[in-house]
Design a protein. Structure first.
Ligand code: BJW
Length: 234
């Protein structure tokens, strides 16, 4: 019978595309205070600093390209006969550009803005500022990055938990396993009887929870893992 696969990705899968991680020694949270830049309270206190942070990352994303790991996941989905859900904590669009279809960006999308007043979500690739105006309700200062900050509810959780309940293979890629609810998915998958695999540069906080682990750069370990999986099923 075909497997039901859930993949969870984190910042590590996009590191080799030139996008920084959060908790590595040169990561964003080593340089900046997440309370100021990734919380609704921080945005309320200093929206200019928050816009600057996301504007710089949005400009960086315009220059980034998906690599072999993003592509391998899209090829795996296309070749797979059972359910295949890719949940990413990343706000970049590299999985989408690599061709992944059944994709949930649970922490939002950098190339979208959301109006704090009327909740309209729309495509946006330019800088945002406190002068930005919502294209629907015309409120000035309404638009904010369409991202999930600490204390906010991640997106499409019902769909994610439904997939985890019937999952037979769960693979976490390039995530430190420090941020919930994503860090708890391995236990949800195990409770459903799934085989669980970690693919990451190095072991992290929740590595002991996985049945199997392969450590190394995503651009190497992910294509190799996918190729081995597909050959074993051919
Ligand atoms: C490589 C590599 C290479 C490097 N190849 N690998 C106490 C206990 C439990 C929970 C809480 C608590 N207090 C508060 C909470 C809740 C809180 C939380 O989890 N806090 C913890 C820090 C304790 N969570 C929330 O508030 C979330 N909301 C929530 O819980 O709502 C209530 C709820 C309840 C029940 C069900 C559902 C909901 C919201 C979390 C929002 C996270 N937001 C951020 C920023 C916004 C997006 C953005 O700006 O990009 O999201 S924080 C940041 O962390 C970002 C990431 O998506 C997220 C995860 O980070 P990730 O991806 O794991 O990156 P790193 O840097 O940590 O790890 C990178 C890994 O890659 C490392 O392992 C490297 O080794 C590896 N790597 N190069 C392969 N080349």
């Amino acid at each position: 019978m075909a497997e039901n696969i859930v993949i969870l990705t984190g910042a590590g899968i996009s590191a080799e595309s030139g996008l920084g991680t959060f908790r590595d020694k040169d990561g964003a949270w080593a340089k900046f205070d997440w309370r100021k830049l990734a919380s609704p309270e921080g945005y309320g206190e200093d929206p200019i600093a928050v816009h600057d942070f996301y504007n710089a990352r949005r400009r960086g994303l315009l220059k980034a390209e998906p690599h072999g790991a993003h592509q391998a996941l899209a090829q795996w989905e296309a070749a797979h006969e059972g359910e295949f859900l890719l949940v990413t904590q990343n706000i970049d669009d590299l999985h989408l550009r690599a061709g992944s279809k059944n994709l949930i960006p649970m922490h939002g999308e950098l190339f979208k803005a959301r109006c704090s007043a009327c909740h309209h979500v729309y495509d946006w690739r330019e800088d945002l500022s406190i002068e930005s105006t919502c294209p629907r309700c015309q409120i000035r200062s309404g638009p904010r990055p369409h991202v999930v900050w600490f204390g906010e509810m991640p997106l499409e959780m019902e769909r994610i938990y439904r997939a985890l309940e019937s999952c037979t293979l769960f693979v976490a890629i390039g995530t430190s396993g420090t941020v919930y609810p994503a860090a708890g998915f391995v236990q949800d998958a195990k409770a459903a009887g799934a085989h669980t695999v970690e693919l990451c540069l190095e072991p992290g906080e929740i590595s002991v929870l996985f049945d199997e682990a392969i450590y190394g750069p995503a651009s190497e370990v992910v294509p190799h893992f996918v190729e081995t999986y597909l050959k074993s099923r051919a």
